[in-house]
Design a protein around this ligand. Structure first.
Ligand code: 6R9
Length: 635
C-alpha cells in the first residue's frame, strides 16, 4: 500500500517530492495498486497547456462504478455505503449497503437504457438530496451516459439554459422537495424550463413529497414502477480513460455558465486518493459531507471519492436550521460521524446561535473537521475548533474548484500543523505558483500573487462543453504554460498558502460562485433599468453579499424605489435563483468608468464596504463627479 495513506509530516514531504519529480511514475503506482481496470493504459500522461490538451491513463479501459460498487461486494457487501438522513428527523433513516446500492444502480441503468439513453448522451439530473440522486449519477456512469447535475435550487430559466447548452435528452427529477419546513415544487420548475428545451424526450419523476403534479403524456414517467420492473443486474459498460464522466456548470465572468467536463480515469484516481488522505479515512469510519451533490464537493466527496474507497458516506436532505440549530450536531451524534466536512457560511450561521445547540450533543466521535467553498475567517475557525472539534479534531481548510475536480491545497490531518485561515500545503502532486501582474513567477516565501498551477494533476477538467476556446482563454491564456485559478493567494514564511479571494468577476456568496455578468444581465432586462453593476461586500454569515448599483431609465425615475428593488430581486430569483438576490440596491446617476469604458469595480467595492478613505488611483476615471454622488448616497 505504498504512498496511499500518508501518516506523518516527513512522509508527506517525501511523497510530495516523489510526486513532483516523477509524476507519471507516482500516479501510475497509485492507479495500479488501488483500482480495477479492464485494460491498463498505454501512456500515463500527455499534456500541452497551450492547446490545452491533457490526457491521463490514455488507452486504459474501465468503469468507475465497478471501482465504486462491484469490487466492494465480496468484502463489503453488507457494509453501509450510503446513510440517508431525511429532512425531517422523525422520518426513518435509510442504510443502503454496497450490495443494495449496486442493485439500485443496475436497475436504474436498465431504466435509462430502456428509455433510449446511450453511451455519450447527456442526462440532466435535477433532484433533491435523496438516494435517487446518487443512484442516478452512478447509473449514468455505469452505461457511459454523461450526467449533468443541476442544483435543485436553480430557477427554471437557469435549468433550461444548462439543459440546452449540453443538449440533454432526459431530465431526472422529483415531484417536489423538502427544505426545512417548506416544500418546493420541483416538477413545476422542470415543466416551465422544458417549455424551451425541445431536445428533452423523457422526464423520469421520483416521488418524494406526494404532491399533485402535472404529468405530460408521452414525456413524463414515474420512476419507481420502472425501477421495480427493471432487471436487477447490469454489467458495466467499458469506458475509455478519457471518456467524459460528467458536466458540471460553474459561473464565469460572462453571462453563460461554463459546463466543465470531467473525464473518467484521472478523476477517479485523484478523488479517491485525496479522499483517503485529506480525511485520513479508515475502514470503519462514518463520513459526512454536508454539501449538495449539485456542487462539485458533492460529486467528488459524497459520491465518487468515498465510494471508491468503500467508505460509508452520509447524504443529508435537510438544512442546518431545521427543526432547530442543533440539527448538524444531532446527526453527528446519531451516526457517530468521524469526519465532518462543511462550509464556512454554515459555521458562521450556527456560531450566531446559542451554544447549547452544540453543547448538548455528544460529538466525541469526530476526528477530522473540514471546510470548503470560501476562505474561513479566523473567528469562524476558532468557533469550529473550540465548540465542534473541542480542540482535539484538526480542521482541514481545503482549497479547490469545480475545475480542479479534487482538493488541491489542504493540511493533512494529524500530519500538517494547522494555522487558522491557511489552506497550508499543496496536496501530493500539486505544483502551485504565485504570479505577478507582468506574468513572472514570484519565487520565495512571504509573497503574494495570483495562484496558478504549473503541472497537470489527474482530475483537472479537460474542456468546457462545446467551447474549447473559452476553456483556453479562461484558464490557460493569462500565464504561459500555467493553469490560472482566478484566485489570489499569499505564501507565508514557512511556505503555507492562504487564499485571499477571487481576482476576477466571480463573487462567492455563501460558498456559491456567482458571476457578476449573469446577474447584471438579469437586472438590465427590467424595463426601468438602463445599466447596472454588482459587487460583493463583507457579510457576517454569507461571507460576501451582493450590492447592486443601478442606473434607471428616464421612464423608471418616477417609480417607487422600494417596489423597484423588490421587482429587481424577483427578476433575479426567477432567472437565476434565490442565491443571487441582492442585499442592497442603490440607484445611481452613473457608474465610475475608465476612459476605455470599463466599470471600475474596485471603487464600487470600496463604497459598498464603507471603506472610502482611500480610493486608490482614480486618474483614469472618465467621470469622477459620479463617484462623490455615489458615496454621498451609499446604503
Ligand atoms: C470546491 C469549490 C471555487 C472557488 C475557489 C475559491 C473558493 C473554495 C476555498 C476557497 C478559500 C478555501 N474556495 N475553497 N477559498 N479557501 N478553502 O468550492 O468549488 O464552487 O468551483 O468554487 O471557491 O475562490 O476558486 P467551486
Amino acid at each position: 500500500m505504498s504512498n496511499y495513506h500518508i501518516k506523518h509530516l516527513e512522509e508527506y514531504f517525501q511523497v510530495y517530492r516523489k510526486s513532483v519529480r516523477n509524476p507519471e511514475a507516482f500516479w501510475e503506482e497509485i492507479a495500479e495498486e488501488h483500482f480495477i481496470w479492464r485494460k491498463k493504459w498505454d501512456k500515463v500522461l500527455s499534456w500541452d497547456f497551450s492547446k490545452p490538451e491533457i490526457k491521463w491513463f490514455e488507452g486504459a479501459k474501465l468503469n468507475i462504478t465497478e471501482n465504486c460498487l462491484d469490487r466492494h461486494i465480496p468484502t463489503r457487501g453488507t457494509k453501509t455505503a450510503i446513510i440517508f438522513e431525511p429532512n425531517d428527523p422523525k422520518e426513518e433513516v435509510q442504510h443502503i449497503t454496497y450490495r443494495q446500492l449496486h442493485e439500485r444502480v443496475c436497475r436504474m441503468a436498465n431504466v435509462l437504457i430502456e428509455n433510449g439513453i446511450k453511451k455519450g448522451d447527456r442526462v440532466c439530473i435535477y433532484l433533491p438530496m435523496i438516494p435517487e440522486l446518487a443512484v442516478s449519477v452512478l447509473a449514468c456512469a455505469r452505461i457511459g451516459a454523461i450526467h449533468s447535475v443541476v442544483f435543485a435550487g436553480f430557477s427554471a430559466n437557469a435549468l433550461s439554459t444548462r439543459i440546452n447548452d449540453s443538449d440533454c435528452k432526459m431530465v431526472i427529477t422529483s415531484d417536489g422537495s423538502y427544505r426545512g419546513a417548506k416544500t418546493i415544487d420541483l416538477k413545476g420548475i422542470v415543466d416551465k424550463a422544458l417549455e424551451s428545451c425541445p431536445g428533452v424526450a423523457t422526464v423520469l419523476v421520483a416521488k418524494r413529497i406526494n404532491s399533485k403534479i402535472n404529468m405530460l403524456e408521452g414525456r413524463d414517467k414515474w420512476l419507481q414502477p420502472l425501477l421495480d420492473a427493471a432487471y436487477a443486474d447490469y454489467v458495466a459498460d467499458v469506458m475509455d480513460a478519457e471518456d467524459p464522466l460528467f458536466i458540471l456548470y460553474t459561473s464565469g465572468s460572462t453571462g453563460k455558465p461554463k459546463g466543465m467536463v470531467h473525464t473518467t480515469a484521472g478523476y477517479m484516481v485523484y478523488t479517491a486518493y485525496t479522499f483517503k488522505n485529506a480525511f485520513q479515512y479508515r475502514e470503519e469510519d462514518v463520513y459526512w459531507c454536508t454539501a449538495d451533490i449539485g456542487w462539485i464537493t458533492g460529486h467528488s466527496y459524497i459520491i465518487y471519492g468515498p465510494l471508491a474507497n468503500g467508505a460509508t458516506t452520509v447524504m443529508f436532505e435537510g438544512v442546518p436550521s431545521y427543526p432547530d440549530f442543533g440539527r448538524f450536531w444531532e446527526v453527528v451524534e446519531k451516526h457517530k460521524i468521524n469526519q465532518f466536512y462543511t462550509a464556512p457560511t454554515a459555521i458562521r450561521a450556527l456560531a450566531k446561535e446559542n451554544l447549547d445547540f452544540v453543547e448538548k450533543y455528544d460529538l466525541s466521535s469526530l476526528k477530522v473537521l473540514g471546510s470548503v467553498g470560501e476562505p474561513i475567517n479566523e473567528e469562524a475557525w476558532h468557533w469550529y475548533n473550540n465548540n465542534v472539534g473541542r480542540k482535539k479534531s484538526p480542521i482541514i481548510d481545503t482549497w479547490w474548484q469545480t475545475e480542479t475536480g479534487g482538493i488541491m491545497i489542504t493540511p493533512i490531518p494529524f500530519v500538517t500543523p494547522t494555522t487558522p485561515t491557511y489552506a497550508t500545503l499543496p496536496f501530493i502532486g500539486i505544483q502551485p505558483a504565485l504570479m505577478d501582474e507582468n506574468g513572472q513567477e514570484i519565487k520565495g516565501n512571504q509573497v503574494e500573487g495570483r495562484l496558478c498551477i504549473k503541472f497537470p494533476w489527474p482530475s483537472i477538467a479537460r474542456t468546457i462543453w462545446g467551447d474549447h476556446d473559452r476553456y483556453r482563454d479562461t484558464y490557460f491564456s493569462a500565464y504561459e504554460n500555467m493553469y490560472f485559478t482566478g484566485d489570489g493567494a499569499l505564501r507565508d514564511a514557512v511556505g503555507y498558502y492562504r487564499i485571499t479571494g477571487r481576482v476576477d468577476d466571480v463573487i462567492i456568496v455563501s460558498g456559491h460562485n456567482l458571476g457578476t455578468a449573469p446577474i447584471e444581465d438579469s437586472i438590465n432586462e427590467h424595463p426601468a433599468v438602463a445599466e447596472s453593476a454588482i459587487v460583493g461586500f463583507p457579510h457576517d454569515i454569507k461571507g460576501n453579499a451582493l450590492y447592486g448599483y443601478v442606473i434607471l431609465k428616464e421612464t423608471g425615475e418616477g417609480r417607487d424605489r422600494d417596489n423597484l428593488r423588490k421587482e429587481i430581486n424577483l427578476q433575479i430569483t426567477e432567472q437565476i435563483g434565490p442565491i443571487a438576490k441582492l442585499d442592497k440596491i442603490q440607484f445611481v446617476p452613473g457608474l465610475p468608468k475608465t476612459r476605455s469604458g470599463k466599470i471600475m469595480r474596485r471603487i464600487l467595492r470600496k463604497i459598498a464596504s464603507k471603506d472610502t478613505s482611500n480610493l486608490g488611483d482614480t486618474s483614469t476615471l472618465l467621470n469622477p463627479e459620479v463617484v462623490k454622488e455615489i458615496i454621498d448616497n451609499a446604503l
